[in-house]
Write a protein that binds this ligand. Structure first.
Ligand SMILES: Nc1ncnc2c1ncn2[C@@H]1O[C@H](COP(=O)(O)OP(=O)(O)O)[C@@H](O)[C@H]1O
Ligand SMILES: [Mg+2]
Length: 464
């Protein structure tokens, strides 16, 4: 402005005597030459490149606006210094996320479980519930009890027994007929998954028929069928079915019967071979299934989880159940079982409609490639789960993994360089298309309860 006036005084129109320069009248056609402050050519400025350090000096006080203050407080946004809050349901509602599911990856001991426990327990204050369908280390039990929930422990000499063919909690919204149909199909699917896990292969079509017939027989003989009845019916069917005589059913179901027998008389006897002695109350704020006493292979864990999924699915498919977190800690172990993977995927697909946010915790993204063969269905399912997680949280990664992780998640080179240097409790959050480095803040009481050191947990229970 000041420059304009000075030039103006030098222009052909002389200021009128007695008037101040600011009241001088410009020529009718406007100023000429540079004084016009116009040009026919486009303004071209050379591109300016600078490091983010320099730009931070040139444009101080600028930072990512954050995700707002809705939801649970997670910790400090390392780039802006502000607080970082996260609520997948709210972000989904705002259109920031296309689904509420989250993936959390990082090397051992960097605070993945700790973050998941904070998200879970802090969400309870917002009226959310939390389900942990399989806890191989048993580290969620103390947390579940501390917030007034329940931890169901199976195996290891506990008298707890669970009938996987229980109908499970019934949603209020379902009519009798719908409910009966749902229970029937759930039992059938569950038995199929269980059999596939036990056999470590997909069922042949004749085996499906044998299983159908056996389940039918077990249901006809009791109000609530049990696994021993199904195994008996597989060994010695009482009736023929269309397309198969009794002898054919016996032959076709033989392999199957022996595989399922493992749950009745074999190494898993005493867990699933009678009526349930534990009940699941889906109204509790947190329910976890403690599998730490199940000694053995991942296959056993997968079979136990399949058995317990009946109650979990019954609770999850209740559309009136509100918003819930379903947390798969140490998911890389569970995902090695194709049958379990298929169940996870179907729950994933339902998540938006039912208000469920799944949280999948793995060590590295390549865990997903340890599933099945390169072009197998299981691998595609595992990749599909990753694709269906709009939020990806990456904790420290080994250097060898960093470039791959960056490629998969579309990280910038600056973000990628951070991955091996992230400290305990620090993670790179990729929320939709935006990125944040967040340092998870844990209170002393939380830390005591979340500590994965077993010796600390009894102390934690008293303090939390
Ligand atoms: N944000 C944090 N601040 C302080 N200590 C933490 C934090 N996160 C984790 N820890 C500590 O690290 C330990 C291991 O964390 P954990 O969540 O079990 O790791 P991971 O699940 O990645 O193996 C916890 O017992 C806790 O003491
Ligand atoms: Mg952990």
């Amino acid at each position: 402005m000041g420059l304009g006036l000075k030039r103006h005084q030098r222009s052909s129109t002389a200021p009128v005597r007695g008037l101040s320069p600011s009241t001088a009248v410009p020529p009718p056609a406007g100023e000429r030459g540079p004084d016009a402050l116009r040009a026919v050519r486009r303004l071209r400025l050379p591109t300016h490149r600078a490091t983010s350090d320099v730009l931070a000096g040139a444009y101080p006080f600028l930072a990512e606006a954050g995700l707002g203050n809705e939801g649970v407080y997670v910790g400090q946004d390392a780039w802006s210094g502000g607080g970082f809050c996260f609520d997948p349901w709210e972000l989904y509602r705002q259109g920031v996320l296309t689904n509420p599911n989250c993936l959390l990856a990082g090397v051992v001991g960097k605070g993945k479980s700790c973050l998941a426990k904070s998200l879970a327990t802090r969400s309870i204050a917002f009226g959310r519930r939390v389900y942990v369908p399989g806890d191989p280390k048993g580290e969620w039990s103390v947390v579940a009890r501390a917030v007034g929930g329940a931890a169901i422990q199976l195996g290891g000499g506990t008298p707890n027994r669970l009938n996987p063919l229980d109908p499970g909690p019934r949603p209020n919204s379902l009519a009798n007929e719908q409910w009966a149909q749902l229970v029937q199909s759930r039992r059938r699917v569950l038995l199929g998954c269980l059999a596939e896990s036990a056999l470590a292969r997909p069922l042949a079509s004749v085996e499906h028929t044998a299983l159908d017939a056996a389940l039918h027989e077990a249901i006809a003989g009791a109000d609530v069928p049990t696994l021993p009845r199904v195994v008996d019916a597989l060994h010695s069917p009482t009736d023929a079915v269309p397309g198969a005589t009794k002898e054919e059913l016996t032959r076709d179901g033989r392999d199957l019967a022996h595989a399922l027998r493992r749950l009745v008389k074999g190494d898993l006897a005493g867990l699933f071979d009678g009526p349930s002695t534990v009940t699941f109350d889906p109204a509790l704020p947190m329910i976890s299934l403690d599998l730490s006493q199940i000694q053995g292979s991942d296959q056993l864990i997968a079979m136990v989880m399949t058995c317990t999924s009946a109650w979990m699915e019954a609770a999850l498919t209740d559309a009136e159940g509100g918003q819930r977190w379903v947390i798969y800690d140490e998911a890389w172990r569970l995902m090695r079982q194709p049958a379990l993977l298929a169940r996870m995927q179907s729950q994933w697909k339902l998540s938006r409609g039912l208000g469920i946010a799944n949280l999948l915790i793995v060590h590295r993204l390549s865990d997903l490639d340890a599933v099945g063969d390169a072009d197998s269905e299981a691998r595609a399912l595992a990749r599909g789960l990753l694709g269906d997680c709009s939020t990806k949280i990456v904790y420290q990664q080994e250097v060898s993994e960093a470039s791959r992780t960056a490629r998969e998640l579309g990280l910038t080179s600056a973000e990628r360089q951070q991955l091996p240097d992230l400290q305990q409790g620090e993670g790179l959050w990729r929320v939709g298309q935006r990125s944040f480095v967040v340092s998870h803040a844990v209170t002393t009481n939380e830390l005591a309860a979340f500590n994965t050191d077993v010796r600390m947990t009894s102390l934690a229970r008293d303090r939390f």
